[in-house]
Design a protein around this ligand. Structure first.
Ligand code: ASP
Length: 327
């Protein structure tokens, strides 16, 4: 038996060479290490892959430095609206919520929808209400909106920057001016900070989960790839996948499902297939990354941006990374 295995990401983004950690990155690293050690232990004690990815994503939704749950980026009107989806490999059961704004843990709402069995997707206030009735904690905008995201939104607004281009700009907070050198704005939309998890449990079952606030300045009502099953999230009996990057390109290439199909057709080289999928996504303006785990325990953590926050828990060993160095 190959498992258990847990792989997580905290978003991919950036252009050009990595300039090293910002003063906020140690907080992101310590969150990822905590997620991997806590949920890894639960996995070794026998929880399901589905519950493992849900808890892992909930923990990252609670970390304000990641773009999901509390600390989500703000849309064109300065509002938080969040997308999330989850999929179980054994029966391809799925749950997805779009543009929720009143729950602490969008991924738990998606999980509750999966457990209910039908429909697969709910949007807006109906999804919020369903989640709150299912027992997911209700929160207000004051809880979800942070100073960092407000500062990034203000910079996006004042400079008329491209959508998502300030998502990775830790320098916008006064106390963080020693952080990463200011983002070079480009006309291409960028995004960063979405969180995701894929897991293989002790019984050999797979699951994938992804959650996001989207991209700073996104149009009101915009839906990214994160809640689209087959684009941002996929799990079947062979593989579980979670993606991050500019969502429109992942939707147009059905990126997560594309990797599943490639591995169904030729099971030999997961890393090569992951890179080929990212090569397909990039020309559509969506350079980004993805993580995956297969039923035989192989993993991939691939990205074509400057960085991807990422980590693995495998054979009780934890590894985390941000920049281009491999883990
Ligand atoms: N994929 C997310 C979206 O387009 C953003 C990201 O991964 O950073 O909403």
């Amino acid at each position: 038996m190959a498992g258990p295995v847990l792989v997580i990401h905290g978003g991919a983004g950036g252009d050009g060479p990595w300039k090293g950690m910002t003063s906020l990155d140690p907080g992101r690293i310590s969150c990822m290490e905590n997620v991997l050690s806590t949920v890894g232990k639960f996995l070794s004690e026998g929880i399901s892959a589905l519950e493992a990815v849900t808890i892992a994503v909930e923990m990252m939704e609670d970390e304000p430095l990641f773009n999901a749950g509390k600390g989500s980026v703000l849309d064109e009107n300065g509002q938080v609206t969040m997308d999330a989806s989850i999929m179980r490999g054994s029966d391809q059961a799925a749950g997805s919520v779009v543009n929720v704004s009143k729950v602490r843990h969008p991924i738990r709402v998606a999980n509750a929808l999966l457990q209910r069995g039908w429909p697969v997707m709910l949007n807006g206030i109906a999804a919020d209400n369903f989640g709150i009735e299912a027992g997911v904690e209700a929160v207000n905008a004051d809880f979800l909106v942070t100073d960092l995201r407000q500062a990034q939104w203000k910079k996006w607004h004042d400079t008329r920057a491209a959508i998502g281009s300030t998502d990775e700009d830790d320098s916008v907070l006064d106390h963080d001016l020693e952080g990463r050198v200011e983002t070079e704005f480009s006309d291409e939309p960028q995004g960063m900070g979405t969180v995701g998890a894929v897991a293989l449990d002790v019984l050999g079952n797979l699951a994938a989960a992804t959650s996001t606030g989207g991209m700073t300045g996104k149009p009101s009502g915009r839906i990214g790839d994160t809640p689209i099953i087959g684009a941002g999230t996929w799990a079947d009996e062979r593989i579980a996948i979670s993606c991050t990057g500019v969502g429109e390109a992942y939707i147009r290439t059905c990126a997560a499902h594309e990797l599943a199909i490639r591995m169904r057709n030729d099971n030999s080289n997961l890393e090569q297939a992951s890179t080929q999928v990212l090569d397909m996504v990039a020309p559509f303006g969506g350079r980004g990354g993805l993580i995956s785990v297969m039923a035989d325990g192989r993993v991939s953590l691939d990205f074509q941006t400057t960085l991807m926050y990422r980590g693995t828990w495998k054979e009780k060993q934890i590894e985390v990374g941000i920049g281009p160095e491999s883990i």
